[in-house]
Design a protein around this ligand. Sequence first.
Ligand code: ATP
Length: 135
Amino acid sequence: MAENIFLEVVTPSKVVVSEDAQIVVAPGSEGEFGVLKGHTTFLTSLKLGTLRYKDSSGKDRVVFISGGFAEVLPNKVTVLAESAERRKDIDPERARRARERAEKRLASGGNDVDFVRAEAALRRSIHRLSIVGRT
Ligand code: ATP
């Protein structure tokens, strides 16, 4: 079996993941990439999406990432995300409320609406719901 790589996913407010992984697959801004122990060092930005990894016991883990940066070293992956949650910590009701708010803002077409922000909030909520398998 391949050796583990250490994975850390942190946001400005919390440490979301800090454990050994057999493999990490992350949503790079240039496309999804996979990392095993011994990977070449690189730095990349991340887009909104799903980070997947196999923990040291081989269980598949899923983490929502709103975008950020990843540093890959031969024995460690560090992800700095604007926001991130493990699948089990996603609150579907909260995501639904966020989606409704964003949809209303976008539909209102008001001059005071920040469309870029509302669209980003809409994309976050839709992706959170897709991770937990809800609509
Ligand atoms: P909301 O409007 O509900 O805050 P948001 O997309 O604007 O949603 P973010 O700015 O991405 O929220 O995240 C703010 C904090 O709230 C982060 O710590 C994030 O992990 C957490 N968070 C946001 N939405 C959810 C959710 N549906 N379930 C669990 N945690 C969430």
